[in-house]
Ligand binder design. Structure first.
Ligand code: E4P
Length: 225
């Protein structure tokens, strides 16, 4: 499963990229606003740090406006993916962009039937928002399972990008459901590595290691053949 970071914070991107397991980044207008920087500057800075797919979201809501923005963003770098909302004009734009070979990430997906439409339009990624569904008392992960079954039934190549994932449980369940990608906040990414038993176990091993004679073995000492 690929790991994307959901942020427009350059410090977070640099830190996560240094771990060697970051595959891409998703941004959205809210993240860009929080960064306090110009949209193009942030996206290009991220695209220069992470070679994988970087999603940049259109803000136009009509097909012509979306296509104009998509063409502009796509020219910023070969790894830019155009993020498009799951509305009718968005689907029309996705269809056109897929014919032109421009990669798209269809966002704000909340049902498996919406995801089916995105795949039919030729989306590269579909982003179902699991956390926001959980927020309203609907099990977000069920939508991921449904989309996996539908895409497998018809061999759609659209990749499932589980979005709005906010906890290690979301990451685990997305992986079990066969999601191709998961995008998560930096804080969630850091939580994945942590387990109290790992810390306790390491502390004990290091403590015991102090009891092992540390002086250098003579040259003639035992060796493994
Ligand atoms: C994904 O592309 C979205 O930017 C993001 O995952 C939304 O997450 P949120 O629901 O926690 O804001």
């Amino acid at each position: 499963m690929k790991f994307f970071l959901d942020t427009a914070d350059i410090k977070e991107v640099k830190e996560a990229a240094s771990w060697g397991i970051l595959d891409g980044v998703t941004t959205n207008p809210s993240h860009i606003a929080k960064s306090g920087k110009h949209f193009k500057d942030v996206v290009c800075e991220i695209a220069a740090i992470v070679p994988g797919p970087i999603s940049a979201e259109v803000t136009a809501t009509d097909v012509d406006g979306m296509l104009e923005q998509a063409h502009e963003y796509a020219a910023w770098g070969s790894n830019i993916v155009i993020k498009i909302p799951l509305i009718l004009d968005g689907l029309k734009a996705v269809k056109k962009l897929s014919e032109e070979g421009i990669k798209t990430n269809v966002t704000l997906c909340f049902s498996s039937t919406q995801a089916l439409l995105a795949a039919k339009a030729g989306a590269t990624y579909i982003s179902p928002f699991v956390g926001r569904l959980d927020d309203i008392g609907t099990e977000g992960m069920e939508v991921i399972r449904e989309i996996r079954a539908i895409y497998d039934n018809y061999d759609y190549s659209t990749q499932i990008l589980t979005a709005s994932a906010r906890s290690p449980l979301h990451i685990r369940d997305a992986a079990i459901a066969g999601s191709d990608v998961v995008t998560m906040p930096f804080e969630t990414f850091t939580k994945l590595v942590k387990h109290p038993l790992t810390d306790i176990g390491l502390a004990k091993f290091l403590e015991d290691w102090k009891k092992v004679p540390q002086d250098k073995q003579p040259e003639s000492g035992p060796t493994v053949k």
